[in-house]
Design a protein around this ligand. Structure first.
Ligand SMILES: [Zn+2]
Length: 584
């Protein structure tokens, strides 16, 4: 894909795949490779590997693999040219000229850029309104009452939308075409079709995407206006279900700590961040959407949910928690005393008390068992109710092992001794309700060490790739092997330099996975001597296969005049085999 001399090739040569992949998932150095949790399938133990020398990635679980561009294309769901640009930007490689776009793409990009710019200006406008004027003073007083200093207002970009109803409109309408104003979601139309400010008399919280660009606002009513909280509507740059408030500022800390606190509202996130815990995001509501979970999963799989699961929105909270479990997050629950939200609790009790509770936040299972325990379990019916309360959670767990662990824990914690209850728990643990995504079977293919080594050499041994492929083709050494097609394709390319990832992508899926697994094996510098000994093994195997064929023919009843010829042939092959045996 990266043509010689092209910008893509230049980027590929200069880019560091470890750094780029590391922006999306946590990587740890293990041996010569880096490993982490695969972003392309759900897993708890890392089977995703990045090879810093070969500049490729491969998942031993689901088989995803490729070069740095493929990775970005898959993660960002973008096309090759965008991936090249993205990699160049991430690695600080200057981009020569704007890429060619279709007129339609060009218009869409311009429209998005205009919306982002409009939001930036709107945020600056709201912030100024908060600092200045009589209305701003009232808003500031409200925030100060909630212990927000001016420094904090600046830091989180807070603002104020005045009550006039057209202050923002007047500020922006001469600068943006009507279509952009309309698409921004910041204006509504009255019955006469005239624009007016959507947000009025509200404290404004800028909502940024994970790259830190403001793409929407949340507004809290200053008085008793309804609704208390109002968000931007969906726009070309904002989709509520795929944004987490404060993620742009939190992501470094989330990666560093491998964990995040999930809170409900803007003020909660701000309060927790101000208490010195940077790894906090707000879902802006108690229901968490799957894209938000996927987004979070790019940074960590350990989350402390600091909603109050017992009060309003409980059903939504439980759905969110269940969704996190399904996605194999390690979930803990922090329920603050008296159902307080984090903002209120931190104001009243201080950060020390909050940190203490945070450290003790129970695993979700323990939290649920605690709730089941508080039910009346003096009768069998009561116990049944408690077990039935827990069962749906057990069944949502994707891993059978985990389900069975939970069932055992539940049985012992709730002292479930009745065989009937035990049996129903056992059954719940054995089955999984809801959709189950089949995991691709692990490939266990019989590929000998000699074949593996030869493939590595055909990819990398610059000094003798061509000579080696000549030997293989001349002797037909690859014929009949599981790896026959890979060898044939590698040999056909031996005359020119080879880009392993691009080459692999030309293979069918099974062969691509096989080649990637082989490329991830530890390998010393290859010598021709070693190549020869590997070739000898393949020759030997070839003769063995011919011998086995011959033996089958001999064993089936053949006429005596043919048998003689076959036996002679066998003797010849046996001699060849001794001659070809690699010297020990
Ligand atoms: Zn995977």
């Amino acid at each position: 894909m990266a043509e010689a001399g092209s910008f893509a090739e230049k980027v590929k040569q200069q880019a560091d795949i470890v750094r780029v992949v590391g922006e999306y998932i946590r990587l740890r150095k293990t041996g010569q490779n880096f490993t982490g949790l695969c972003p392309f399938h759900q897993e708890k133990t890392p089977s995703f590997a990045v090879h810093p020398v070969r500049q490729i990635y491969h998942c031993f679980g689901c088989g995803a693999g490729g070069d740095v561009f493929k990775f970005v294309m898959e993660m960002d769901k973008c096309a090759f040219p965008e991936a090249v640009r993205a990699v160049a930007e991430k690695c600080g490689i200057p981009i020569p000229r704007p890429r060619e776009r279709t007129p339609e793409e060009h218009r869409e990009n311009q429209a998005r850029a205009a919306l982002v710019e409009l939001h930036r200006e709107a945020a600056a406008f709201f912030a100024r309104q908060l600092r200045e004027g009589a209305e701003g003073r009232v808003a500031r007083a409200y925030l100060e009452e909630r212990a927000l200093t001016e420094e904090a207002m600046d830091r989180f970009g807070l603002g104020y939308a005045p009550s006039s109803g057209d202050a923002l409109l007047r500020r922006l309408q001469s600068r943006y075409p009507e279509k952009v104003l309309e698409a921004s979601g910041l204006f509504s139309r009255d019955s006469g079709g005239r624009f007016y400010d959507r947000f009025r008399r509200r404290i404004m919280f800028p909502i940024a995407n994970d790259a830190g660009k403001i793409i929407a606002f949340g507004g809290r009513a200053l008085g008793d206006d309804h609704p208390k909280y109002m968000n931007s509507p969906e726009t070309p740059i904002y989709s509520k279900s795929s944004v987490l408030y404060h993620l742009d500022r939190a992501k470094e800390a989330i990666r560093r700590n491998d964990g995040v606190i999930l809170v409900e509202g803007y003020m909660d996130a701000i309060a927790v961040a101000r208490a010195g815990i940077a790894a906090v995001v707000a879902s802006c509501g108690t229901s968490l959407a799957e894209p938000q979970i996927k987004l979070l999963g790019r940074f960590t799989r350990r989350v402390v949910v600091n909603y109050d699961p017992d009060t309003a929105g409980q059903a939504a909270t439980e759905r969110s928690l269940a969704l996190l479990l399904e996605q194999e997050f390690d979930v803990r629950v922090l329920a603050l005393p008296g159902g307080a939200d984090p903002d209120k609790y931190l104001r009243e009790q201080g950060s020390e008390a909050y940190r203490n509770l945070l450290a003790q936040a129970p695993a979700y299972l323990d939290y649920l068992i605690g709730r089941a325990r508080s039910m009346d379990r003096s009768t069998t019916a009561g116990k049944l109710a408690a077990v039935n309360f827990l069962m749906p959670y057990v069944q949502r767990l994707p891993s059978r092992l985990l389900r069975s662990e939970w069932a055992t824990r539940i049985a012992s914690e709730l002292r479930v001794d009745e065989p009937v209850l035990r049996e129903s728990l056992r059954r719940a643990a054995a089955e999984r309700r809801g959709e189950v995504k089949p995991r691709p079977e692990l490939l266990a293919l019989p590929v000998s060490p000699a074949e593996r080594r030869l493939m590595q050499m055909l990819v990398e041994a610059q000094g003798f790739r061509q000579k080696l492929s000549g030997e293989i083709l001349a002797g037909g050494l690859h014929l009949g092997l599981e790896t026959e097609k890979i060898f044939a394709a590698l040999a056909a390319r031996a005359a020119e330099p080879l880009d392993a990832a691009a080459f692999a992508s030309s293979l069918d899926d099974r062969d691509r996975r096989m080649l990637f697994e082989i490329l991830f094996e530890e390998s010393p510098e290859a010598t021709w001597e070693e190549a020869e000994s590997c070739l000898a093994v393949l020759r030997q195997r070839g003769i063995e296969r011919q011998l086995a064929d011959l033996q089958r023919q001999i064993e089936t009843s053949v006429p005596p005049e043919q048998l003689r010829g076959l036996l002679e042939e066998r003797l010849k092959l046996q001699r060849q085999m001794h001659a070809a045996a690699p010297s020990k």
